[in-house]
Design a binder for this molecule. Structure first.
Ligand code: SAM
Length: 232
């Protein structure tokens, strides 16, 4: 069972926050998260096929995927998703199969639907991250990968104190400033059929990680231990 401090965001706070972010999100976060985005997409493309972006936001990643990938996107925020839909229409992204308002904790896709499930800067923003990870794993095909880009809180020192101090403000902005890697590790350890493939720092500031989980079975296991290199 989760403790109170682990369920410190609620869906209403998050949807309110991202309704405010929607008009300016690309301007504020577009360039800052670019490198992590490239690495996550490179990881997803190595598997290819049907790719689900959970918390797709304004759809900033969508044009960067190879046209060979069939993309689906979900987000809890309608204003963010509207931006994504405009982008898909303006750029004629015919490889986007659909965009849906959906909660990461309750995906309405059948089990084993996608070759890759990507969630960039999302898991730290959902009220119950472990429930969302369970859902990502459920809709993933055997042999597929969950590809995350996630902020990882410091474990000690000044940054840890600052993150603790900033947490109430971060909550209003729609995310957690405190989030240890241990939480991901614990989830993987208790989730049968899932294993950690890779964890490494991505820019900016070394506060973010690319994290890849594999689902046992299927035929992609030969790739498991290789780190991903983004082009550029
Ligand atoms: C920081 S933004 C990241 C957007 C995009 N992935 C990117 O990298 O630019 C977090 C996104 O997650 C979405 N989100 C938060 N909680 C969610 C949930 N429970 N289910 C689905 N989406 C959620 C927010 O609405 C927002 O669009």
């Amino acid at each position: 069972m989760s403790t109170l401090s682990e369920v410190d965001l609620d869906a209403q706070t998050v949807t309110k926050a991202y309704a405010r972010w929607a008009p300016v999100y690309d301007l504020v976060f577009g360039a800052v998260f670019e490198r992590g985005r490239q690495v996550a997409i490179a990881a997803a493309e190595r598997i290819g096929g049907r790719v689900l972006e959970v918390g797709v936001g304004t759809g900033i990643s969508l044009p960067q995927y190879s046209k060979e990938c069939q993309l689906s996107g979900v987000d809890i925020s309608e204003p963010m998703l509207r931006k994504a839909q405009e982008r898909v229409t303006e750029l004629g992204l015919t490889n986007v199969e659909g965009l849906w308002v959906m909660d990461a904790e309750r995906l309405s896709f059948p089990d084993n639907s996608f070759d890759v499930v990507v969630a960039q800067h999302v898991i730290t923003t959902v009220p119950n991250p472990e429930a969302a990870l369970d859902e990502l794993a459920r809709v993933l095909k055997p042999g597929g990968e969950i590809v995350l880009v996630s902020r990882i809180g410091a474990e000690a020192g000044l940054r840890r104190s600052l993150e603790h101090w900033f947490q109430p403000a971060a909550r209003k902005l729609g995310w957690r400033s405190e989030f240890s890697f241990e939480r991901y590790a614990r989830w993987a350890a208790k989730t049968s059929g899932m294993h950690l493939i890779e964890r490494r720092a991505v820019p900016p500031l070394g506060h973010f990680n690319l994290i890849r989980f594999g689902k046992d079975g299927g035929s992609n296991s030969a790739y498991d231990s290789e780190p991903v290199r983004a082009a550029g």
